[in-house]
Design a protein around this ligand. Structure first.
Ligand code: C5P
Length: 228
């Protein structure tokens, strides 16, 4: 079976407080989105990659990375899950193929982590995601900011992307989640809700998600380290 990728890049990045959409912000010589897509294209076994963009951006002039013959563009949706579903719809993949879903906002994905995920998942046949054990102590708070309890962090992981699942299973899971109105902020949560097993694969803290403006400097630091 083949390995494909979908990159949801149709968000507005409202938490960045920037006029330009987050995915196009320049970072160490390329846009955030280009770094995220290039990390996937660097994997020679990748068959193809669909990038879901805001509909109005499809007619723009695109970068060299987005013009790669393995890259195809599609219009995203109102939520991240809608954008992923749109990407899966545009993918010329079979149900038994695998798909890596990777956030446009994670430009510092290293090849070692990507290969660890692919090797673990293809060896076991169980889908999975990159994740890191949490290091902070986690509190649950009330609306007023009062601590209600402390979670046992021993079993808690931070979910990253890529997340890798069989195409047919993920299509089923996202469809069910939409139908049941579940709040899914990643593919794994849709897979879990649909009853599929999901494997945690230890990733690295460098694979951060750029959410707030200062994250850009941290991402630039990691890119310089990865690509000196
Ligand atoms: O907003 P957040 O940082 O959680 O977005 C995660 C990823 O999902 C980003 O790459 C963003 O571009 C994408 N997204 C999308 N379509 C939306 C909302 C977010 O593709 N409607």
């Amino acid at each position: 079976s083949d390995i494909w990728a979908v990159v949801p890049a149709a968000g507005s990045g409202s938490r960045m407080a920037q006029s330009q959409s987050k995915q196009y912000l320049p970072l160490y010589g390329r846009s955030l989105l280009d770094w995220s897509v290039a990390a996937l294209l660097d994997y020679a076994g990748l068959r193809g990659c669909v990038v879901a963009l805001p509909e109005g951006d499809l007619g723009r002039e695109h970068s060299a990375v987005l013009s790669d013959p393995r890259v195809q563009l599609c219009a995203g949706g109102a939520s991240r899950a809608d954008s992923v579903a749109a990407g899966l719809g545009a993918l010329p993949a079979r149900d038994e193929d695998w798909v890596l879903v990777h956030d446009a906002a994670r430009p510092c994905l290293g090849q070692a982590q990507l290969e660890a995920l692919i090797e673990t998942v293809t060896a076991s046949g169980v889908g999975g995601l990159l994740a890191t054990p949490v290091t902070d102590t986690l509190k649950r708070g009330s609306a007023e900011g009062r601590v209600t309890d402390t979670l046992d962090r021993d079993s808690i992981w931070s979910a990253q992307t890529p997340q890798m699942f069989q195409v047919g299973d993920l299509r089923t899971a996202l469809h069910q989640a939409a139908h049941r109105n579940l709040k899914v902020t990643d593919e794994a949560s849709a897979m879990e809700a649909a009853g599929f097993p999901v494997q945690l694969v230890r990733g690295a803290g460098s694979n951060l998600k750029v959410t707030y403006a200062p994250d850009m400097q941290l991402a630039a630091f990691w890119l310089k380290t990865l690509y000196p």
